[in-house]
Design a protein around this ligand. Structure first.
Ligand SMILES: C[S@@+](CC[C@H](N)C(=O)[O-])C[C@H]1O[C@@H](n2cnc3c(N)ncnc32)[C@H](O)[C@@H]1O
Length: 241
């Protein structure tokens, strides 16, 4: 065998490689279609001030987004994302502006539950796969907590925020909460999901421990809890804090 043929791939390897490339291409095409549909949804809603035409468009589900552990992605189980989405619907109305920060599962579920005004619901995420939501997706990096698209428009105007910072560190939570404070309107509601070890930082920001334990599709080893800054029916305060 000469050195050139040493580099040749076996037919099996070549076939596997082609299959991976084809799957990637299909995935990209699917995301592109979803992105275009999100833009169309927005334009239609702007034209008609309602969303009656969106019913024929396929819903986006979390099945499109495989967990990427490099990005600390641990998706909620279905019961948890449903509860969080329901909490938003129970506490907001058509005029309310809502942001899900680093909590895409709650956002995806919320958008699938026919919210009254999807154009007022924003997803802040680092993972650009979620730009399938078009204008509603805001690229966000907690390390630059005050720098993101629509920062000036959204400042002090958000009625409710659900947030789940990517990393279990004081630095990450402190910076993410800087974003929360900047966005939130006076009296705005916050649901924070994070490790129980973050209790003291959460409390210092007016957030109280609740009895709700968010669950994850593939489990999570640390004690994971939910904090709120208002009296919630679904998530009552815990006596433990
Ligand atoms: C701990 S997960 C929370 C996800 C939540 N459990 C869910 O199911 O929606 C953290 C999220 O932060 C995002 N993330 C990763 N790096 C980030 C960064 N630098 N800034 C902001 N968010 C980031 C991840 O993509 C992920 O969606």
């Amino acid at each position: 065998m000469d050195s050139d043929s040493d580099l040749e791939l076996s037919p099996e390897t070549l076939k596997a490689l082609q299959q991976v490339m084809q799957e990637q291409q299909e995935q990209q095409e699917r995301f592109e279609t979803l992105r275009q549909q999100a833009e169309e949804r927005f334009d239609e809603a702007q034209d008609s001030h309602e969303n009656n035409n969106t019913q024929n468009k396929p819903a986006i589900t979390m099945d499109f987004f495989r967990e990427d552990w490099q990005l600390s992605q641990f998706w909620y189980d279905d019961a948890t994302s449903e509860k969080l989405a329901r909490e938003i619907l129970n506490n907001t109305d058509q005029q309310s502006i809502v942001c899900c920060i680093s909590s895409p599962t709650a956002y995806v579920k919320l958008m699938s539950m026919s919210p009254p005004n999807p154009n007022n619901l924003f997803l802040f995420e680092y993972d650009t796969r979620f730009d399938v939501y078009g204008r509603q997706f805001i690229h966000y990096d907690y390390s630059k907590p005050l720098e993101f698209r629509l920062a000036d428009e959204l400042k002090g105007s958000v009625d409710m925020i659900v947030v789940d910072p990517p990393f279990l560190s004081e630095e990450c939570l402190t910076k993410t909460l800087q974003t929360v404070r900047m966005l939130l309107k006076k009296g705005g509601k916050v649901v924070l999901c994070t490790g129980a070890v973050m209790l003291e930082i959460a409390k210092a920001d007016g957030l109280q421990l609740t009895t709700f334990h968010p669950g994850h599709q593939n489990g999570l080893s640390n004690d994971f809890r939910c904090f709120v800054n208002y009296k919630s029916e679904q998530f009552p305060y815990s006596q433990d804090s």
